[in-house]
Design a protein around this ligand. Structure first.
Ligand code: NI
Length: 226
């Protein structure tokens, strides 16, 4: 499932984050790459231990916790502390699949079930810099407004086209989901969305709603690895 989540951050949060992020020293993006993707990547990143990156990352994690659509779609078990990248002057990221397992900065590891890009630059401020994500239906072009986010299965081949004007600033991170399988996770998300619609149409006490909510939880119980 490829899902756009709009306005994860409020405009004032995006503005504050953008100006804070431009202060510290940016390094070659290959510091976080696996061997294969190091060959593909041409961009810059903030170091994981940059205090400003950590502060901005916390703001993003807090916003995600309050975002019902994200919680329902990702069913997160753990979220990698958000990283930040910038592309300018023709920088790009060629086709790659993200590493399956990543070391967490606080110790331990995370399995990357879902990848997320949170756009921090306004699309009119740069040319190029589209995220292209392949699935069985072809390549999807993603370039969202500042503060909006795309969530996609980490199994997908993806790339970022060269930024030919301006600068593209974004946050990126990974999610280990309680539901490892994308098909199962998508079914649960569809069911949850359908339950929300039913609740609005029928009211919270309707029998059909009670039974569907029960089915949702029983599927979650069967499939989840919390
Ligand atoms: Ni990637």
């Amino acid at each position: 499932m490829l899902l756009e989540i709009h306005e994860v951050l409020k405009p004032e949060q995006v503005h504050a984050m953008r100006s804070a992020l431009l202060e510290p020293q940016w390094v070659d993006g290959n510091q976080t790459s696996g061997h294969q993707s190091a060959l593909a990547k041409r961009n810059r990143q903030l170091p994981e231990n940059s205090p400003i990156a950590q502060e901005c990352g916390k703001t993003i994690l807090k916003a995600l916790q309050g975002c019902g659509l994200f919680m329902s779609a990702a069913l997160p078990q753990r979220v990698f502390p958000p990283l930040f990248n910038r592309y300018e002057g023709g920088e790009h990221f060629a086709n790659h699949v993200d590493n399956a397992i990543r070391a967490l900065p606080m110790g331990g590891q995370i399995r990357t079930d879902l990848s997320a890009t949170l756009f921090l630059s306004d699309p009119q401020d740069y040319d190029g810099g589209e995220l292209l994500v392949d699935d069985t239906y072809g390549a999807h072009k993603v370039k969202l407004s500042a503060g909006s986010m795309i969530l996609y299965p980490s199994t997908s081949l993806h790339r970022v086209t060269p930024v030919t004007r301006g600068m593209r600033l974004a946050s990126f991170f990974w999610i280990q989901s309680m539901i490892r399988d994308d098909g199962q996770r998508t079914l649960l998300f569809d069911l949850d969305m359908s339950i929300h619609r039913l609740r609005q149409q029928l009211g919270p006490e309707h029998e059909a709603l009670v039974s569907q909510t029960g089915i949702y939880h029983n599927l979650l119980r069967r499939w989840a690895e919390p």
